[in-house]
Design a protein around this ligand. Structure first.
Ligand SMILES: [Zn+2]
Length: 247
């Protein structure tokens, strides 16, 4: 029963029994886990009152083989990110990023995923306003790539033919990316500027573009997530995020 101490970020937190909380966290070295924080709802809990979504800390817990729920024994707060709750677009966007990891993250160590998710929460927190939407969309694409669902942007998903960068190309969300006109005639096309923006967002070190057509990027992400990641059970926070943008 090894005791581990790792950087962890809370993705979801809910009450459990009268006094405890269940946390779903992502860690750098131990992947995603569910932890029980005993007594966390008591006023003078040793964990403090900050075991809430987006909070980052150093977590100590016992990893029990074959168990789904581990026991949190220590928590040192590193960053609470409570400011995310003050901006609805940012809060909804961060919730979407968290839900992607909750649904598709595994117990396998993935330090890049941890860094992307925590850096994205910070960027959302720091960049309120118009740029917030692009920050969330770009982070969602990078998380999609790290989770193993990268869209194809250079060649047809059906026949494999190259799709020239300077032309509009059909986008087939259920096929997983762009297609050629011969394979997907009549399908809605993605313009070259938006496709280049998508390519930049998929690049792990790339900067977040200023969207020329924000609506196109929003629709593209939604269609891809729905078809590739959530065909049966929709992502609740995606709807919530879009509702905030529609205001
Ligand atoms: Zn084709």
């Amino acid at each position: 029963m090894p005791l581990v101490t790792v950087r962890a970020v809370v993705l979801q937190s809910f009450a459990y029994s009268e006094t405890s909380k269940i946390l779903r966290v992502l860690t750098a070295e131990h992947g995603a886990h569910a932890l029980v924080a005993k007594g966390a709802q008591r006023p003078r809990s040793r964990f403090g009152g900050l075991l809430e979504p987006f909070t980052e800390g150093t977590a100590t817990f016992y990893v029990k083989e074959g168990r789904d729920l581990h026991t949190l024994t220590g928590w040192d707060l590193l960053r609470n990110r409570q400011g995310l709750g003050r901006d609805l677009v940012g809060f909804a966007g961060a919730s979407l990023l968290a839900e992607l990891v909750l649904r598709f993250g595994t117990e396998d160590a993935d330090p890049r995923l941890f860094e992307e998710v925590t850096a994205a929460f910070d960027r959302v927190l720091d960049g309120a306003g118009a740029q917030c939407e692009a920050t969330v969309v770009a982070a969602a694409w990078r998380i999609v790539v790290l989770l193993g669902f990268a869209p194809q942007t250079e060649s047809c998903v059906s026949c494999g033919a190259g799709v020239s960068a300077d032309q509009s190309a059909p986008f087939d969300p259920s096929g997983g990316g762009v297609a050629c006109l011969a394979c997907r005639p009549g399908r809605r096309t993605l313009d070259p500027v938006s496709r280049e923006e998508l390519r930049r967002m998929l690049d792990p070190g790339g900067e977040t573009p200023n969207f020329v057509r924000p609506r196109v990027q929003r629709d593209l992400l939604r269609a891809f997530l729905q078809h590739q990641l959530a065909p049966e059970r929709s992502l609740r926070s995606l709807e919530f995020f879009e509702e905030q943008l529609a205001e």
